[in-house]
Design a protein. Sequence first.
Length: 364
Amino acid sequence: MFSGLFSLPFAPADGAAVGVRNPDVTATATAFESFIAGSENALVRSLASAVARRDLPYNPIVLYGAAGAGKSSVARALVAIRRQQFEFREVIETTAVDLARGLAHAVDAGGVADLRSAHRRCEILLVDDVHRLAGKTAAQEFLLAALDALIHRGSLVVMTSRQSPVATARLCPQLVSRLMSGVVVGLALPGPLARRELVQQAASRMRLSLTDTDILRLACCGEATREPFLAAGRLRQAVLGLAAKGELGCFAASGKAPRGELSHVKSVCRQAAIAVAKHFGLTLGELKGKSRRQAVADARGLAMYVTRQLTGASYAEIGRQFGNRDHTTVLHAFQKLAAAVARDRSMRQLVEELAAQIVSEEAG
């Protein structure tokens, strides 16, 4: 607890849980990354206390809200608290889309009984984006039966959704009733105090010291227009972007002023390529070469994406720095990475870490 805010650490993906796991939504988190809840999300503190109790005061827990409100992050943090508190190992984390897809595959392969058994005996079940089951009758019936069994045996069920179950079209009444029987919590985008703390966290990770003016400027980004800068991820990106362009009146923690802005595209491209190559165990030659292997292409796309985020350079200019690739190739890579960043917190974190590394090196 600090300054009227509540900090809920994100769950580390330590591999402790077993069962059906979705690698795309099981995010890798670090100890200093957390969900910041102000008065706008005060109920998060109660949820964290509730899941640590053997007898759950309410079950299931349904979290809903706009994109960027932190539904998935909070859900995984709650799962981690209960899993660690009671050393549970039978944990299923999945998405509504994967649940429906898995059921269809099980029907084709004759494995419905095994899938049903796994979902009814687990100690914790987390299903992301349950609103995506709208219109999928078989998957809804499967989930409804699993909910009945799990709640009866005292297993925690956590769901996330874009809107409240009662406001979600084409969910069967029985499923809506079951979801509403526990606690349904709407998460809001971070308020002023939470946004200030998020800005300070991001700056700390980059070893930047911000003035009060810098903090206020960033924390208020988008407030008048209700742009997505109010979301935690966009606030962190704002810190990265403005620091990279030399638009913050701040200095590195070492006390030395930055030696130059990161607008020098060639320098940033090289640093991004080196950092990404090291992360994926590739050589700089492979990253900038002609290889079309998927692993190499994905890594190259990540380096180009980070460069674009930090410099705002044209796709054509970035392409020249990465083996004279044309601007459409860079554009395609950028769009692919942008989609991955939007849906996957672990990818967002990786982009932030790579960008922060480059910013820090330039400031050193």
